[in-house]
Design a protein around this ligand. Structure first.
Ligand code: ZN
Length: 164
């Protein structure tokens, strides 16, 4: 395992639509190990492969009070409702911003260890937010894209933050 430097906004890899994973082999398991280690080191609650420079559709999430999940080729298959959330991103360090996310989210993807399709339902919690945030990453979207203007970004002092 290795801690990989996290790419920051402005890096073109964060703006690519990441490629689908066709075969889940050792290299994908190694990638996921590196993603966990990098995410926990940061620390953050989620990470997408493009954030460590790998343009593949792979995400990991650990919000603390739920089972950590790694998903291959994840997609949001259903979303509904709107809520305002205070969001941050490991690729936009030092800032947070208030954006609109869904209330209910259903995501689906492949479990990297069983190879089976899994569905995750989440409602009005950090998991729902993280699923949308990380799946945005593999589509080249950053949360700052949802802000009305760059002035809406709030600079953090040394206050604790939730980042993914
Ligand atoms: Zn992020």
């Amino acid at each position: 395992m290795a801690i990989i430097p996290i790419r920051r906004a402005g890096d073109p890899v964060l703006r690519e639509k990441a490629r689908r994973v066709r075969t889940i082999d050792k290299s994908i398991h190694k990638l996921i190990e590196d993603m966990w280690e990098t995410m926990y080191d940061a620390p953050g609650v989620g990470l997408a492969a493009p954030q460590i420079g790998v343009s593949l559709r792979v995400v990991v999430i650990d919000v603390g009070d739920k089972e950590p999940i790694a998903l291959i080729n994840p997609e949001i298959v259903k979303r509904s409702g709107e809520r305002r959330v205070d969001e941050g991103c490991l690729s936009v360090p030092g800032y947070r911003g208030e954006i609109t996310r869904s209330v209910k989210v259903v995501a689906q993807g492949i479990d990297p260890y069983t190879g089976k399709e899994v569905r995750i339902k989440s409602e009005d919690d950090l998991m729902a937010e993280a699923l949308e945030h990380e799946i945005d990453h593999v589509n080249g979207i950053l949360y700052i894209d949802y802000l009305a203007s760059p002035d809406a970004l709030i600079s953090l002092s040394d206050a604790p933050e939730v980042r993914s």
